[in-house]
Design a protein around this ligand. Structure first.
Ligand code: PMP
Ligand code: GLN
Length: 382
């Protein structure tokens, strides 16, 4: 095997899924909805296949879809992009991230990752021959701090990646934190990749601020988002990258040779998705907020210490109360003895800090009944 492949490993999700498989386990590990996707979008996909829309789409994405994405972003965020030169439709945000890193990282370049870091960032950087440099966000706040960023930068630093709403903490970075990032990028001439896959899932009226909108950042920000979470279709593998023209050309080149494009009939259906009215987004966020509240209340009653997530799919639960030494043993006990699966936070670190409490991540993108059954089972931990 190549050195690059030997440098990476499979993420935590598959290992937890393997432990839970074929057991009577309520699955709050996976960030995937167990409720149906919108009928309108499913019907559009079925219709596209039936109408024989089954050959290659244009490699950077169906034009109508890229125009739809640009229109959606303009309408909801007031950000204006040229659809064909600035938007690339990818196989999930996952491939969009890989294409973005391939577009900008040279061997030997350093990329700053904030830990806990979503599991694909480190392997992406390593596969490009780059070096991840970690900045640890400290519990319980997990705030971005200027001095930690400054301590991580070097003449070889090329980029930083940030994710908000954040997986797994549920935080939405404040305008002040984004200003710190923007100043940092401008001072050190860095590119920012912003992973915004949970952008539409924000709760309690908290507004998600955009790094791209800070003066000077529009020419150095690569936005990665997608359809998985916004339309509850994680299995469709549809995402997109929005970037300044030069960087976007790099993303399109990488994407071209990685994939020759994403599933054509699903792109057709995604045109319908991109045209959903504002009410669709409000309803989805309200539904998820209600599920969050049920799980949050249940976890707290069992004795987990949880901050209320401002966005996304997950609650991060401090498990100190139960006296376990490490999160893997607790996660395994929950699966085998309690019948509930969750994700150990250490899966989001290269090396889990010894002074961090034991945390598990629970997903609430589930039917109410799923969450209530899980909470009922967790009572046995008390
Ligand atoms: N970024 C984050 C932070 C995620 O949580 C996920 C999926 N859970 C992705 C990217 C990848 O999303 P996609 O399904 O669009 O590949
Ligand atoms: N993004 C999903 C999560 O955070 C995992 C996707 C996967 O690799 N299965 O749960």
């Amino acid at each position: 095997l190549s050195q690059r492949i030997q440098n990476i490993d499979f993420p935590v999700f598959g290992r937890i899924a393997a432990l839970a498989r074929n057991k009577d386990v309520i699955r709050l590990d996976a960030g995937e909805p167990d409720f149906p996707a919108p009928a309108l979008i499913k019907d559009a996909a079925v219709a596209a296949i039936a109408a024989d829309y089954n050959q290659y789409a244009p490699v950077p994405g169906l034009e109508e879809l890229r125009r739809g994405i640009a229109a959606k972003i303009q309408e909801r965020e007031g950000m204006v992009f040229e659809p064909l030169s600035q938007i690339t439709v990818c196989c999930g945000a996952t491939e969009g991230l890989a294409a973005a890193f391939l577009a900008i990282v040279n061997p030997g370049d350093e990329v700053i990752l904030l830990e806990p870091a979503y599991t694909v960032y480190t392997p992406d950087v390593l596969l490009c021959g780059g070096s991840p440099v970690y900045v640890k966000l400290s519990p319980p706040e997990f705030r971005i701090e200027r001095h930690k960023l400054e301590a991580a930068v070097s003449p070889r630093t090329k980029a930083i990646i940030i994710n908000s709403p954040h997986n797994p903490t549920g935080r939405i970075y404040s305008q002040e934190e984004l200003s710190v990032i923007a100043e940092f990028c401008l001072r050190h001439n860095l590119i920012a990749i912003t992973d915004e896959v949970y952008e539409e899932l924000t709760y309690d009226g908290v507004k998600m601020e955009r790094l791209w909108k800070i003066p000077g950042m529009e020419e150095r920000t690569i936005i990665v988002s997608g359809f998985s979470k916004t339309f509850s279709v994680t299995g469709w593998r549809l995402g997109y990258v929005v970037a300044p023209v030069l960087l976007s050309r790099g993303v399109q080149l990488a994407h071209n040779y990685l994939t020759v494009g994403t599933a054509a009939p699903l792109q057709r259906a995604a045109v319908t998705a991109s045209q959903m009215p504002a009410d669709y987004y409000r309803t989805l966020a309200a539904l998820l907020q209600q599920r969050r509240d049920i799980l949050l209340d249940g976890l707290r009653k069992v004795g987990f210490e949880c901050r209320c997530p401002q966005g996304g799919y997950f609650i991060l639960a401090d498990c100190s109360r139960f006296g376990w030494q490490d999160d893997w043993s607790l996660a395994q006990y929950l699966i085998e003895e309690i019948g509930v699966a969750a994700i150990p936070l250490s899966g989001f670190y290269k090396k889990y800090p010894a002074d961090n409490p034991v945390f598990l991540r629970f997903a609430f993108c589930k039917r109410e009944e799923t969450i209530r059954t899980a909470v009922e089972r967790l009572q046995r931990l008390k």
